[in-house]
Design a protein. Structure first.
Lengths: 204, 204
């Protein structure tokens, strides 16, 4: 059987990445083999640099090259609102829409007894401390709209209630650009219950 | 805007890989960030090692850690047959079916005036030399069954004709497990023209 040790090892490493099956891994590995040395070196350097430089922010737990992160340090941001998300990439999604001006708090996942993730394994205590320290008027629970995200939101809501802070949850409803036909029953129920009266200056 | 320099650079490098869009690149980059250092180091090392160790075989032009490659060196293989393929990964596909016992020759692509690939940019001279050196009875042209692969096969056939060697081309026809309904017209034409009489010991 045709077999190149180091190539096989690379294919193996690549299949460990999310969404990369054996076939994609092979295609990627052969591509890397054919790349000029310089180009492969750039990829290697980018991986090494990201692992060296990027740490967690000690306040919000988001990925950052500095501590505190630029968002936690930014005096122009609204420090009275904290948006709680599961993962660092969720912060990226919010920042991209340029709609939110408050701070973040990254839990590091959602409560999931099946996956062995209990509340103690998440960054919940640090969130409570931030709220206890005062100045926070609203906590937006932006965990995923799935079972685990909902359970986490309910758990956090109960903890935050005693701290006299407004707690909100992202709106559920129909996704933009969708087709009613493809909306599942829960989404449609949410959309119906959360319906809003239309006014003159209706925003899309 | 939320922006981490080194993360952005990694995402950028990853999007240069085939089949990796911006979204996949972001997912991969965040995954790499979350990996233990050791695991990311393994990926980096696998890329570096493959680039250091894997070269081209000076006989068949296939990727190999040794020169000549293990296939060209293997005395058990049938040295009178050469299977000509476009890329090194094609050798992998043939070896996997464990059906072929001859040698290979990797062209490094197919003739494509549109992509600026002319016969001079392919490893054609070295193939002719191998045949001229004698001992080769058959050359199997296993270039892709697309326009460029067909053109390359015809080009090679003309060159090889004068060298008094048998030249064959992979059979065209219906793919296994397929449905007649999904066969394109050219494939169906090939399948009809290449039809074979069934015998007692018909092999599937």
């Amino acid at each position: 059987m045709y077999y190149i040790n180091s190539l096989d090892r690379l294919i193996n490493q690549l299949t460990r990445l999310p969404g990369i099956g054996e076939r994609s891994a092979r295609r990627l590995a052969f591509y890397i083999l054919k790349q000029p040395q310089q180009e492969a070196a750039r990829l290697v350097d980018a991986i090494k640099t990201v692992k060296e430089r990027v740490k967690r922010c000690s306040i919000c737990n988001n990925f950052s090259e500095e501590d505190p992160c630029p968002i936690c340090r930014d005096e122009k941001r609204n420090r009275s609102v904290i948006c709680v998300v599961e993962e660092p990439q969720d912060v990226f999604l919010f920042e991209r829409i340029r709609e939110y001006q408050g701070l973040y708090h990254v839990l590091g996942g959602a409560i999931s007894p099946l996956k062995g993730i209990n509340p103690e394994s998440l960054n919940i205590n640090s969130l409570l401390k931030r709220v206890e320290n005062g100045g926070v008027k609203e906590v937006i629970l932006a965990t995923d709209p799935d079972t685990e995200g909902e359970a986490t939101a309910i758990y956090l809501f109960k903890l935050l209630q005693s701290l006299r802070v407004k707690v909100s949850r992202l709106a559920h409803g129909l996704p933009a650009g969708g087709d009613l036909e493809f909306a599942d029953e829960i989404t449609l129920t949410h959309a119906l219950r959360g319906r809003k009266e239309m006014e003159e200056e209706w925003e899309i």
